[in-house]
Design a protein around this ligand. Structure first.
Ligand code: CP
Ligand code: NVA
Length: 310
């Protein structure tokens, strides 16, 4: 392959239901491919060769839905969106076995990881996790692309996550440590990352209840909403429990001088982040959002792309 030829990458695992479905080598290659697709989008305009994907959304979405629909269309495929709970009107195993008669892949945003795992079990076509209660692997992929763009490499950087030990934090922990970053996380007591997820980390992890300790010297300061979709019944209690975990100018001042601010969005200004940090030149949140498009194209190519069509 020369530098002028389109890149071809094939993941060994048939699905992307969790971050670890891609090996560390494949993660590096996915980020390389995402960067290449971003530079040369026109080269991949027929890569899906008319393939159809079903996008299933049990929960709301702006970024994930728009970027998957657009990515599929820009790669020469078709996206069909279906909203609503999966497995209520009919058993999930029937939903999966209907869909795989029509489409070449399934992208699913689900309340539980079990739902996305069961779709992968019953469907014969690739299944991509577009956010579950446990993981947000497409987000982390775009975030790692964004970090590499900003700093040229990921190795040796420190990423500090402040807030809830949630799906976004879990995927970041795996991806950041696999790419040689130190991962620090500050959560209020009772909101820590599950121990079994921390145990999956492949590098240095610092766990604390103190946001300043986590942020000190970090090149990346990351936060997410305090109440994730599905946890709304706990919103009032969470608002009280997370007081003191806001990313504001004072906290950000403890980060490295070259630090950037990241957030998967949607952001709740005045809760987990101030307007001042969101609007500062250090915030790269819209670059992250843009990279959802390119990173997901890389993922779709690696799971479904046809070499002949390139
Ligand atoms: N970050 C993210 O996944 O955004 P949406 O919920 O809008 O898809
Ligand atoms: N943790 C958030 C992320 C939204 C993109 C949620 O699950 O609602």
């Amino acid at each position: 392959m020369t530098a002028t030829m389109p890149q071809v990458l094939r993941l060994a695992h048939p699905n992307f239901t969790r971050d670890l479905d891609a090996t560390t080598d494949e993660l590096h290659s996915l980020i390389d491919l995402a960067a290449e697709v971003k530079r040369n989008p026109g080269r991949y305009s027929k890569a899906l060769n008319g393939k159809a994907l079903a996008l299933l959304f049990e929960k709301p979405s702006l970024r994930t839905r728009v970027t998957f629909e657009l990515a599929i269309q820009q790669l020469g495929g078709f996206a069909i969106v279906n909203e609503g709970r999966i497995g209520v009107r009919e058993p999930l195993k029937d939903v999966a076995r209907n869909l795989d008669r029509w489409v070449d892949g399934i992208v699913a945003r689900t309340y539980t990881q079990q739902t996305v795992d069961d779709l992968a079990l019953w469907a014969s076509v690739p299944v991509i996790n577009a956010l579950s209660d446990m993981w947000h692997p497409c987000q982390a992929l775009a975030d790692m692309q964004t970090v590499r763009e900003r700093f040229g490499e990921t190795r040796g950087l420190k990423l500090a996550f402040v807030g809830d030990g949630n799906n976004v934090a879990s995927s970041l922990l795996l991806n950041a440590t696999r790419l040689g970053m130190r991962f620090a996380i500050a959560t209020p007591p009772g909101y820590a990352l599950p121990a079994e997820i921390v145990a999956m980390a492949e590098g240095e992890v610092e766990i604390t209840n103190d946001p300043v300790t986590a942020v000190r010297g970090a090149q990346v300061v990351y936060t997410d909403v305090w109440t994730s979709m599905g946890d709304e019944h706990e919103a009032t209690r969470r608002l009280a429990d997370f007081a003191g975990y806001q990313v504001n100018d004072e906290l950000f001042a403890h980060a490295a001088p070259e630090a950037v601010f990241m957030h998967c969005l949607p952001a709740h200004r005045g809760e987990e982040v101030t307007d001042s940090v969101m609007e500062s030149p250090r915030a790269v949140v819209f670059a992250e959002a843009e990279n959802r498009l390119h990173a997901q194209k890389a993922l779709l190519l690696a799971l479904l792309g046809t070499e002949r069509s390139l």
